[in-house]
Design a protein around this ligand. Sequence first.
Ligand code: FMN
Ligand code: 173
Length: 387
Amino acid sequence: MPHYGDYQNAIYGAGLAGVVPRVPVDFATLERRAAAALPASTLDYVQGGCGDERTQRVNADAFHHWGMTPRMMVDCTTRDLSVELFGTAFPSPVFMAPIGVTGICTQDGHGDLAAARAAAETGVPLMASTLSNDPLETVARQMDDTPGFFQLYTPKDPDLAASLVGRAEAAGYKAIVVTLDTWVTGWRPRDLNTGNFPQLRGHVLTNYFSDPVFRARLAVPPEQDPAAAVRHWMGVFGKVLTWADLPWLRSLTKLPLILKGICHPDDARRAIDGGADAIYCSNHGGRQANGGIAAIDLLPGVVAAAGDTPVLFDSGIRSGTDVVKAVALGARMVGVGRPYSYGLALDGTAGAAHVLRCILAEADLLMAVNGYPDLAAVRAAGAQRLP
Ligand SMILES: Cc1cc2nc3c(=O)[nH]c(=O)nc-3n(C[C@H](O)[C@H](O)[C@H](O)COP(=O)(O)O)c2cc1C
Ligand SMILES: O=C(O)C(=O)c1ccccc1
């Protein structure tokens, strides 16, 4: 069982030798440092959100109106953060949420491989986005024994959808995560003010350009006419999914199917009735719709509706404390988004691994201090909504 809190001792020990962390341990400093390191266009895309970014801000701020009560005299010498999902044991509830511009978060353009190596080093699973600078097969190979998930952006071309899912299965991904909330791009003033949308500049489309079905639709290969390939991508990218599509989505794979972007209890029930194996409660980090409710405030309703079906969560996780609160409110697994992108930007694989280790160490030490020896105890303790 990993002792995540030991990372704190490692940092203090290095400090005795005059060595301080290359990447900050807290989110505010991490974001400031990443802002100075990333090209302005990438920073705007990663850091920005929809409208005046109010939903993005409340996602993170809302964690402050949930509080936990410590219990004393509990033997918490070691903490067990492990969870089970679809019969697989994971050492912790933390995973890396899919981030479609991971590729360009590192200077070499291979951020997807760096993130997959961070997964291998930490045991924190990566949900690999359809939008990637390296093919999903190459990304999977970097994960070693850490299970990976494949996030599907469902294209309008059903054969292409089937091809992407088939490739993900063959590459060994353990589940298919279908994102429901991004068939069209939300209104993002930062990117609009600079006229920058990375995909249109040919970034992160490798899974399409390497796909036999996608290639068969083009007059000439993407290598010969990248602009035409990007235009084809624009036409095919975002299918509007309705409940009528769920049987088809379900039929695409025998792998567990996770639906991402579900925030309403009725939608959770309908997804489960339609064969989803897990619900992923998320508002896309406030990037798609503004004027929304903080995702963490919607989680309890989704968890209650989901019953025994596991619920994954992301949107606003900035610390280990946030992870513990999300588990207390019923999340089986908890996704980290922007923070690991910033770790990648500052120090590649090591930077992302460091960000994840800091989050895990804080979660572990919080459980130690609060008298929660495992995640069942966290869940039983719950979190209280503050007035
Ligand atoms: C730059 C960026 C790109 C993203 N790309 C994807 C994607 O390709 N697929 C997807 O399902 N979600 C994508 N998301 C949403 C994340 O999976 C996740 O829901 C969100 O980042 C959580 O919010 P947080 O970053 O504030 O923690 C992206 C998020 C960011 C910040
Ligand atoms: O930037 C995003 O959040 C994202 O996931 C996306 C992907 C493709 C088109 C628009 C948005």
